[in-house]
Design a protein around this ligand. Structure first.
Ligand SMILES: Nc1ncnc2c1ncn2[C@@H]1O[C@H](COP(=O)(O)OP(=O)(O)O)[C@@H](O)[C@H]1O
Ligand SMILES: [Mg+2]
Length: 152
């Protein structure tokens, strides 16, 4: 199984997808999150990061580009590359150091880092549909497929 689409009627349902991912996700894994501004990428990230045990707020790393968390001994990195002007900036921030064989990387606006950003295991795309959202999930590696099968 490599693809899945479902409807998210409200914010809680978006958070629930993040929480469900948190229950099954295993590092190392790279997750791309795409969709227009306000589509729900950060909302879903919040469900995932809090589902992994983070107690505080999950702020959007729009200006810092990355927010690190250590949850249950796992390094979790939440990226928002919206303000990246050039993928080369990823070299300056030492991007390879984040994508280790034991980290979990959540990347909003991965297209801004095209060419220098490591590939995703799973790609989640959010669309506006009426007042709600639709999420399309595509698994790109074996780890991604395992995760997709677990949350379906
Ligand atoms: N399934 C949904 N239906 C309707 N509104 C949603 C849904 N999921 C999230 N939202 C709302 O949409 C906005 C999404 O904001 P945010 O998660 O910051 O988007 P992004 O990170 O994609 O720019 C929030 O105001 C949130 O409450
Ligand atoms: Mg966001």
């Amino acid at each position: 199984m490599t693809e899945l689409t479902f409807q998210l009627n409200n914010e809680d349902e978006t958070i629930a997808v993040g929480q469900k991912l948190a229950r099954h996700i295993q590092a190392p894994l790279t997750l791309y999150l795409t969709g227009d501004l306000g589509a729900g990428k950060t909302t879903l990230s919040r469900g995932l990061i809090q589902g992994l045990g983070h107690k505080g707020a999950v702020k959007s790393p729009t200006y810092t580009l990355v927010e690190p968390y250590e949850l249950d001994g796992v390094q979790v990195y939440h990226f928002d590359l919206y303000r990246l002007n050039d993928p080369e900036e990823l070299e300056f921030m030492g991007i390879r150091d984040y994508f280790t064989n034991s980290s979990l990387c959540i990347v909003e606006w991965p297209d801004k880092g095209e060419g220098l950003l490591p590939d995703a295991d799973i790609h989640l795309h959010l669309n506006y549909v009426y007042q709600g959202r639709e999420i399309h999930i595509r698994a790109l590696t074996d780890s991604g497929k395992t995760l997709l099968a677990a949350i379906k």
